[in-house]
Design a binder for this molecule. Structure first.
Ligand SMILES: [Zn+2]
Length: 343
């Protein structure tokens, strides 16, 4: 049981009862009035977590993980979005990337197609076997503690960090695992997100509920921020500090106050009418129709098709760009000729 805040050590934690979105069982949540960190009141031990993730998590998959084509398709779409976020900020060619908690290996496979020397680690043997068999990528059945020091240029954790019980130790280990000038890319659910359904926020498996302020603070001893995307899920790209700071940089009084005001505003009204939740059933129907066309393809075929589609849409975009800039050049040229003739 955690008696004090894991970010700022405050003892003034405020407790509340929420509902686990998966099982509908009550879940004790604590919020810190001094730094705005939201966490589960009862954090399990490392040993309990290790057993849970290597054996029981998504038990239905066990050692014969075989996702439906629509889930591979969704994982592939998410992987492409994440690669684009990295591409926007970094030169990816030949960079060594390790995906921590690689799941079915979709991101590792897609990252390789973008020139990265990508591999992954995953505690669940069903997932890691699936990655090797379906995509031929290297995903070891391992934990973060098995990653060697200075072994990656880029580390990625997608929907993994919120499951980790000792975030400070994890940050230290991530810092050690990266080479000099390395990058850390974390994606977690965003507790301040407006378009998350109020009955789909708290999960027994999620130990911490980060906002951009609390995640940046949690990383601040070892990492500085490069880019943040917080519409929807929270995505942050960090750069390794060459030397760790003496202590954390805590959220400012203003950001704590702002976060608390946001938490009060969150609810059904905001979700449905201000954040567009009322339209979600329509998007779901659209997705069901789109996914009906995936058919019974093999996982690798699905990802390859997504890659081809994304290259084609990039090509069309660049042609359109060219047309537009070309158009402006012709207009500019004509303007210049008119000016020369008239003056
Ligand atoms: Zn705190």
């Amino acid at each position: 049981m955690s008696e004090s805040c894991q970010l700022c050590q405050s003892k003034k934690l405020v407790h509340s009862k929420k509902i686990d979105a998966k099982t509908q069982a009550p879940l004790d949540i604590s919020s810190c009035p001094d730094c705005s960190l939201v966490a589960q009141k009862n954090i399990p031990s490392d040993e309990e977590l290790k057993i849970y993730y290597s054996h029981n998590y998504r038990q239905d998959y066990k050692s014969t993980y075989s996702p439906k084509p629509k889930y591979v398709h969704r994982a592939g779409q998410a992987a492409l979005k994440r690669i684009r976020f990295l591409q926007k900020n970094l030169d990816l060619n030949k960079q060594t990337l390790i995906d921590i908690g690689a799941g079915g290996g979709e991101f590792v496979y897609i990252a390789q197609q973008f020139g990265l020397a990508a591999r992954g680690i995953e505690p669940n043997i069903g997932y890691s076997n699936f990655s090797k068999e379906q995509y031929g990528v290297e995903v070891k059945t391992a934990m973060l503690s098995d990653v060697e020091d200075s072994s990656a240029d880029i580390l990625t954790l997608f929907h993994v960090f919120e499951h980790m019980a000792k975030p400070h130790e994890v940050m230290k280990k991530l810092h050690q695992s990266l080479k000099e000038n390395g990058y850390l890319y974390i994606e977690v659910p965003n507790i301040l997100q407006a378009d998350a359904s109020p009955h789909n926020i708290y999960f027994k498996a999620h130990l911490f509920y980060y906002s951009k302020h609390t995640l940046i603070s949690m990383a601040s001893r070892y990492f500085e921020v490069v880019d943040v995307e917080d519409q929807g899920n929270l995505q942050i790209l960090f750069k390794k500090r060459s030397q760790a700071l003496e202590s954390l940089i805590l959220p400012t009084h203003d950001t704590v106050q702002m976060s608390q005001e946001r938490m009060v505003k969150k609810g059904w009204f905001e979700y449905l009418f201000l954040a567009g939740g009322i339209m979600k059933p329509l998007f779901r129907i659209e997705r069901i129709i789109a996914e009906a066309f995936i058919g019974k393809k093999q996982p690798k075929e699905i990802l390859d098709q997504l890659l081809r589609d994304s290259q084609a849409s990039n090509f069309l975009l660049s042609k359109r760009e060219l047309k537009r800039t070309g158009g402006w050049s012709i207009a500019g040229g004509l303007g210049f000729v008119c000016y020369e003739l008239l003056c």
